[in-house]
Design a protein around this ligand. Structure first.
Ligand SMILES: [Zn+2]
Ligand SMILES: [Zn+2]
Length: 381
């Protein structure tokens, strides 16, 4: 999908100043905020566009890049288009988005900048949480193994006190020209790997890598309402950059464990509630579980198995705002077990009395038999 012009999205002039942009953003964000437009997908989409546009235009550097190169200049900085700006909270929580962009991960290294500086790789951490934690929000400590700048050489690769020399192979260019048949090909220098310098004595701690493996414990704030597939970006918590390049980001990919009682579908929850056939027949009150405790559910008379009862607002409040969903309770009729002779006899007499009255007592069964009869009639040549 082609992205809209950020200035158009905010309805401001290209020469708008910071104040104009902020004012436009505030007006539109309030108008399209999911809390004010529950269940309105187009408002949610507008809200995202507005947030994306503001994230870029409110940042001088990003705005300059956007003015010069358009969306290509800021993609990746704004979270690849799915960024959810605003409301950044504690614990380095920066944004959250449900989109899947696989291209961020598994890429070879980072982006090379001037002077051989390279942005560190983005990392992904798969986090499994309980449904209750996802609904209420939580803080989780995660241990992330990653490459960090070596504290002995500070990323320099050379043992402290020793020197570096201009690479003899490439004369410090970092690139060499190779003749291949008729063509001259520019290649990264195999001796210095593009650094332009060689190290006489590699750093003892990192063996000249400039980075070392380290495990760090990070506290991640999980906002209430997250769902499987949501990702939380921790700015600069990915791998250290090379040659002074910035660190990559860490993406915490959320997955929710299966729950003993509830199944989740977006903002709605589903559960099954067993019911005995007497309650189902005569009607009554059932206790059903919700995430905030038990509630009573009135069951009308002649309730059939599989009937769904909706408990409004007992679902999940979505992470991007909006009204909470519903809890759908499916009643499942249970056949009594372990009956003694007397109880069995009572049932036989009960069935006999149903048969004797001649009234229709099994709505589904009669329809079903009619259906079966028609099926066989139709088959007859
Ligand atoms: Zn080192
Ligand atoms: Zn070289």
């Amino acid at each position: 999908m082609a992205k809209k012009d950020y200035y158009e999205v905010l309805g401001v002039d290209r020469s708008a100043d910071e104040k104009d942009i902020k004012r436009a953003y505030r007006r539109l964000a309030q108008k399209y905020h999911p809390d004010r437009n529950p269940d309105d997908d187009s408002a949610a989409e507008k809200f995202r566009e507005v947030s994306d546009a503001y994230e870029v235009l409110s940042d001088q550097q990003k705005r300059a890049a956007y003015d010069q190169f358009g969306h290509a200049g800021v993609d990746g900085q704004a979270g690849g288009g799915g960024g959810f700006g605003g409301g950044a909270g504690a614990g380095g929580f920066s944004d959250i988005f449900g989109d899947v962009f696989g291209d961020i991960f598994g890429g070879a290294g980072g982006r090379r900048g001037p002077g051989g500086a390279m942005r560190g790789s983005d990392l992904r951490y798969n986090l499994e949480i309980e449904l209750e934690e996802a609904v209420a929000g939580t803080n989780v400590d995660i241990r992330v193994p990653r490459l960090v700048e070596c504290d002995r050489c500070h990323g320099d690769s050379a043992e402290p006190g020793t020197s570096k020399h201009t690479c003899a192979t490439c004369n410090g260019m970092g690139q060499v020209r190779m003749q291949q048949g008729f063509f001259a090909v520019q290649q990264t220098c195999p001796t210095c790997h593009g650094q332009g310098e060689t190290v006489d004595t590699p750093c003892r701690k990192c063996h000249g890598e400039g980075r070392v493996q380290e495990s760090r414990t990070l506290s991640v704030k999980i906002p209430a309402g997250v769902d499987t597939g949501d990702r939380i970006r921790l700015n600069g918590e990915g791998e250290a950059g090379v040659n002074g390049g910035p660190a990559g980001d860490l993406y915490v990919q959320v997955a929710i464990k299966a729950h003993a009682i509830f199944e989740r579908d977006g903002r709605d929850l589903y559960c099954e509630v067993p019911i005995n056939f007497v309650d189902a027949t005569l009607g009554g009150e059932l206790e059903v579980p919700t995430l905030d405790g038990r509630v009573k559910l009135r069951i009308p008379t002649e309730t059939q198995t599989g009937k769904l009862f909706r408990l409004r607002g007992k679902g999940v409040k979505p992470v991007r705002g909006g009204a909470p969903g519903d809890l759908m309770c499916k009643v499942v009729l249970e056949t009594p077990v372990n009956l003694n002779e007397e109880q069995k006899e009572l049932l036989r007499r009960f069935q006999q009395s149903l048969d004797d009255t001649g009234t229709r007592h099994s709505p589904r069964k009669s329809n079903w038999f009619d259906g079966v009869k028609k099926f066989f009639d139709d088959m007859r040549p």
